[in-house]
Design a protein around this ligand. Structure first.
Ligand code: SF4
Length: 684
């Protein structure tokens, strides 16, 4: 099986090639890429992946050709040739650019030590090779600070999960089809888990009931039997209230709890602090809604829950998830098909250490929360300052909270910034050296998923354009320039693929990952993975589901704890996933900024005498953004919605909503508090 790009197509003859969507989206769709005259002429879904079944979102179908061939594509290495941020760069050869990276990093490590250098990455392409192989090896060998990017997304959820269930997985999403009650909690599946819509619709046609918990009446919420538009940050109160109501109705599954759960008594004692009437007031719900939710938990089984990342994005995020995870435990909803929480990481036998080789790093290298990077540039105090950053798979100016701090850090005169990307993002514009990245159509990779259990391999669809390089080759060359002689820096992409997964996993049937077909996906759930109480007990210290955590007691929160909301301004601003972008990917495209509006409830608009379509100022003490107003009763009063992922060029104020988002942290894992942001609004 060859991993070289196909030969150029004959003029006029369109050819179709298998690919995989690499974006930070749960569904990891299989794609059919049509090439004509060497250019991407059409992007469709393919049926190679039985979960995504040929259906893809409009944003990828529409934007991918211009992402690959658009005028903004970076095709040559660039060196800064003017003041930082002036936009002046000059083209350079790869040798010249790699020399510049070497000299810049070397200056920093001689003066401050290697920990003054850090990678700044996130979830651009999600392939195993692009996302954590040769790049990680390089930074480990360099002795750079390690960076934990999970506080930007999923870190809080993972920490909450580990505290309650330990290192066992959840159930595959396909089991939603076996459930009699489906709970979609903080997950706008139309934008983030598109293919669940079909699964849920089919389950409902067989009689399943659907509850959606979301402050906005999203498309899936419109179809729900019960929609709970709770106030962001109050998930923990809702879960406690349901638990208390279940106890009051004598609906706790005491046999299951006695066998599998620890801490239920303490949890329920805390839950009694949130009787329905009080909880309804705190959550902004009607008491009848909470009672109805509790009755559904009492009356229906199995119950399957699909959480999104929304509940984690505030100061009560860890508590909210821990309390919500308790509901299936208290009702015994683990074990049978369709009972549990959808979570599929356990199905993919990723050999992270073999890929990333942390053994190459010197002992004791510090690990940074990615959110601390601006502070370590701007005001490091006694800590080793950060004086060199390498940005890749990431557009931190568009993605991080407190975007002004990130911009200030990247403008710091003592900071040396290297970046690699497809286009001139807001972050690349602040770099000293820019290395042109290949799109996922220009290299092969292996793809797991976080919304289904299919493993997919891709091969290059086309040769890299211009001087672009995939991450693996970029860091191979960089390692050579730095004089790193370890054999692992010579591993080919095929070798990396074979190192990426446990070779003896039965689903691979003896095939090497690098030999998997590109026109079919491998269902990793064909081999059962340990999930909560299936095949093995919970992986907690007690071996039981821990509703009271001795481990977290050391941090002060043995039980999930509600911290009252601190709302110094009139509106809570929520910046959810967009229909037009994936994180910040496809931001900056004029054709993809038409959803940049601020949604407000009619009652609030009336109070402020605001009219639909008029520009309004959203502001707090961190910044100001101007957006057209969209008045809709889909959002709850007191809450505003502005989709995330805009670039500075998308905004007339030179700031995006990320400038308004505070820098404080969630109650677990130091997570970002994207939905814990308050603003005032005024007409322009
Ligand atoms: S962004 Fe998501 S839904 Fe769209 S093509 Fe990619 S994986 Fe599929």
């Amino acid at each position: 099986m060859s991993d070289t790009a196909p030969e150029g197509d004959k003029a006029g003859a369109a050819t179709s090639h298998a690919a995989v969507c690499p974006l930070d989206c749960a569904d990891t769709c299989s794609l059919a890429i049509e090439l004509q005259d060497g250019r991407v002429s059409r992007v469709r879904g393919s049926t190679a992946n039985p979960f995504t079944r040929g259906r893809i979102c409009a944003k990828v179908a529409q934007a991918l050709p211009s992402q690959v061939h658009g005028e903004g594509r970076l095709l040559r290495p660039l060196l800064r040739d003017g003041a930082r941020g002036s936009g002046r760069f000059r083209p350079a050869s790869w040798d010249e650019a790699l020399d510049a990276v070497y000299e810049g990093f070397d200056r920093v490590r001689v003066r401050y030590g290697s920990e003054a250098i850090a990678p700044l990455y996130y979830g651009g392409p999600m392939g195993l090779l692009a996302h954590g192989s040769m790049d990680k090896r390089f930074f480990h060998r360099l002795g750079a600070s390690r960076v934990d990017a999970s506080p930007l997304c999923a870190g809080v959820s993972d920490a909450a999960w580990n505290s309650v269930f330990g290192d066992v997985g959840g159930i595959p999403f396909t089991e939603l089809g076996d459930a009699r009650l489906i709970v979609v909690w903080g997950n706008n599946i139309t934008n983030c888990n598109l293919h669940l819509t079909t699964l849920i619709r089919d389950a409902r046609s067989r009689g399943a009931r659907l509850v959606v918990i979301d402050p906005k009446r999203t498309r899936i919420a419109r179809d729900a039997d019960l929609h709970l538009p709770l106030l962001p940050g109050t998930d923990v109160v809702l879960a406690y209230a349901v638990a208390a109501e279940l106890e009051r109705m004598d609906a706790i599954n005491t046999a299951f709890v006695a066998t599998w759960v620890t801490g239920a008594e303490a949890f329920l004692a805390e839950a009694r602090q949130y009787p329905v009437e009080r909880a309804a007031e705190l959550c902004g719900l009607a008491p009848a809604q909470i009672r109805q939710f509790a009755r559904l938990w009492r009356d229906l089984a199995p119950v399957a829950t699909a959480f999104g990342v929304a509940p984690e994005r505030n100061r009560n995020g860890g508590a909210g998830l821990r309390a919500a995870y308790a509901l299936p435990a208290l009702t015994g909803n683990f074990g049978p098909p369709g009972a549990g929480i959808c979570q599929v990481s356990g199905f993919f036998p990723i050999e992270e250490d073999a890929l990333a080789r942390p053994d190459l790093a010197p002992d004791g290298v510090r690990e940074l929360n990615v959110l601390d990077i601006p502070a370590l540039v701007l005001a490091p105090g006694d800590a080793t300052p950060l004086r060199a950053l390498f940005i890749y798979n990431h557009n931190p100016v568009a993605v991080h909270p407190d975007a002004a701090a990130m911009q200030a850090a990247l403008r710091h005169e003592e900071l040396f910034v290297v970046g690699s990307d497809l286009t001139m993002t807001d972050s690349m514009a602040l770099a000293d050296v820019i290395l042109p990245a290949a799109t996922h159509l220009e290299y092969g990779d292996l793809y797991c998923a976080y919304g289904h259990t299919y493993l997919q391999r891709s091969a290059p669809v086309m040769a890299p354009l211009g001087d672009c390089l995939p991450n693996t080759e970029l860091f191979r060359r960089l390692a050579r320039r730095f004089g790193f002689t370890e054999d692992c820096f010579r591993d080919s992409d095929a070798t990396l693929m074979d190192q990426a997964l446990a070779a003896d996993h039965p689903a691979l049937a003896g095939r090497r990952p690098s030999e998997l077909p590109t026109d079919a996906a491998v269902d990793m759930s064909a081999t059962p993975a340990p999930s909560v109480i299936r095949h093995r007990p919970p992986g907690t210290p007690s071996g039981r589901i821990e509703l009271y955590s001795e481990t977290l007691a050391a941090q002060g929160d043995a039980l999930p704890r509600f911290r009252p909301l601190h709302n110094p301004r009139r509106f809570i601003l929520v910046s959810p996933a967009s229909e037009r972008r994936v994180n910040s990917t496809f931001g900056g495209l004029a054709s993809h900024r038409d959803d940049m509006v601020c949604e407000m409830h009619p009652r609030d608009a009336g109070d402020l005498s605001l009219t639909n379509g008029a520009p309004v100022r959203l502001y707090n003490n961190q910044g100001e953004v101007v957006l057209p107003l969209s008045i809709t009763d889909e959002v709850r009063p007191g809450t505003l919605f502005v989709p995330k992922g805009a670039w500075i060029g998308d905004s007339p104020t030179g700031q995006t909503v990320n400038a308004l988002i505070p820098g404080h942290r969630a109650d677990l894992a130091g997570g970002a508090c994207y939905y814990d942001c308050t603003v005032d609004v005024a007409p322009l």
